[in-house]
Design a protein around this ligand. Structure first.
Ligand code: ARG
Length: 460
């Protein structure tokens, strides 16, 4: 079994099943680009400090360039005999350039190599996700600006509570995705540290220059403890936690989109390109995309839990358990990337039905609180006002009418402080316009917030 890098130490080859069981090349070949990038930075440093010659470094550069070409063209012959992406690439390098290729691994181990590759990969995914979150927030703010004054019933307990504006509702999600972006940006600081130089676990006897490698690779600094550098994956866990929160927010939004699109509610219609029909029921237009996104949230939560569990029992330093970090991490990143890309487009394509929203808002005594507040301004203590309005609502329920449909004498029978001016406060428009403080639902406020977010995400 001469194929394996450590074969001299072994007297029998591993069985085929064990080979498949221990190999990761089937999935970690996704790290090829980062692996080559890391190797080149390492080789450049080895040459700079005189551990390898400049000729060796030049040969390594050339060899890696051909390997990258082979990979891009789909011509690279990945072999399960070589276990993982690192050994596959190294073996090919040696085939192409001989001894110079064999010198590349000086002062390095696959342990610090793989940790570096993953960090580079996660960093790239974070940067992409940040861009996508910007698009998403831009789309939400754009639609919010259009619907800054569109009345929507606000719900608590899924019961009509108070009128809000649809724009305000959309901007609630823009806030959530804004925090998600902050979280990713913060996580990036801890991702962006260089493990290389830790070697297998204890560092290396060669006069390496880790800071130089860090600069070459765009890291903000180096991992300060070699044991920690090769073994910890908390940065990947943090990324998955941020991804899980993104999906949680997407899932809440999805739940609302599904509800709003239900013919019983009819607040919105999604563009056809995000829906599918039924193979049996001709009338159907199903909101498949939000439903699937809601469903996919579960797998991202699962990856987070798997990674946490993967780490919890590991003694220092590197253990092969860590090879299991990749598939879930990749899938979490793929899921948020696809989901955010689709959703930014989906939001822009929402058709809003303001009349249905308005009708729904008219049906749940949404301005009852406004009537209570009105009484308070006339000097009535809030608890008494609340009581009087509750009685008025009961009367409306009996008569099957809205508060604003009651005659002044009827209203006055619930409290004598009510005057003709009350009707201005019982309208949906009056109710939202009166909430013009920071964070409020008034159209002027929503416009200002939407514009702020649009400007913030303009480049996106
Ligand atoms: N494929 C391995 C991983 O994903 C690379 C590091 C292997 N190191 C080792 N000593 N077996 O973690």
């Amino acid at each position: 079994n001469k194929a394996q890098a450590w074969s001299a130490r072994f007297s029998e080859p591993v069985s085929d099943l064990v080979k498949r069981y221990t190999a990761s090349v089937g999935f970690d070949q996704r790290l090829a680009r980062q692996d080559i990038q890391g190797s080149l930075a390492h080789a450049e440093m080895l040459a700079a400090v005189g551990v390898i010659s400049n000729e060796d470094y030049a040969a390594i550069q050339k060899g890696m360039a051909s390997i990258l070409e082979e990979i891009d063209a789909g011509r690279f012959a990945w072999s399960i005999d070589l276990e993982d992406v690192h050994l596959n690439i190294e073996k090919r390098l040696v085939e192409l350039i001989g001894d110079a290729g064999k010198r590349l691994h000086t002062g390095r181990s696959r342990n610090d190599q793989v940790a570096t590759d993953i960090r580079l990969w996660v960093r790239g995914e974070i940067d992409h996700a940040l861009e996508l979150l910007g698009h998403m927030r831009h789309a939400l703010a754009g639609l919010a600006l259009e619907h800054a004054a569109t009345i929507l019933p606000g719900f608590t307990h899924l019961q009509v509570a108070q009128p809000v504006t649809f724009g305000h509702h959309l901007l609630a999600y823009a806030e959530m995705f804004g925090r998600d972006a902050e979280r990713l940006a913060d996580c990036r600081k801890r991702v962006n540290r260089l493990p290389l130089g830790a070697a297998a676990l204890a560092g290396t006897t060669f006069p390496i220059d880790r800071e130089r490698v860090a600069t070459t690779l765009g890291f903000d600094g180096v991992c300060r403890n070699s044991l920690d550098a090769v073994s910890d994956r908390d940065f990947a866990i943090e990324f998955c936690a941020a991804a899980a929160l993104i999906m949680m927010h997407i899932s809440r939004l999805s739940e609302e989109l599904v509800l709003w699109m239900s013919p019983r509610v009819g607040f919105i219609d999604l563009a056809d390109r995000f829906c599918t029909g039924s193979s049996i029921m001709p009338q159907k237009k199903n909101p498949d995309v939000p439903e699937l996104a809601r469903g996919k949230t579960g797998r991202v939560y699962g990856h987070l839990m798997a990674l946490l569990t993967l780490m919890k029992g590991q003694p220092l330093a590197y253990n092969k358990d860590n090879q299991e970090d990749k598939e879930g991490l990749f899938d979490a990143a793929d899921t948020i990337r696809d989901t955010l890309t689709i959703f930014a487009d989906l939001i822009g394509g929402i058709r809003v039905r303001p009349e249905a929203m308005r009708q729904a808002a008219l049906q749940g005594y949404a301005t009852a609180t406004d009537l209570a507040d009105y009484l308070v301004r006339k000097g009535v203590p809030f608890r008494d006002a609340h009581e009087a309005v509750a009685r008025a609502v009961r009367a409306c329920e009996d008569k099957r009418c809205d508060l604003s449909d009651l005659a002044l004498e009827d209203l006055q029978s619930f409290h004598s402080a009510i005057g003709q001016d009350v009707y201005g406060f019982l309208t949906l428009e009056g109710s939202v316009a009166a909430r013009a403080h920071t964070g409020g639902t008034a159209p002027e406020r929503v416009r200002a917030e939407a514009e702020r977010i649009l400007a913030q995400t303009a480049a996106a």
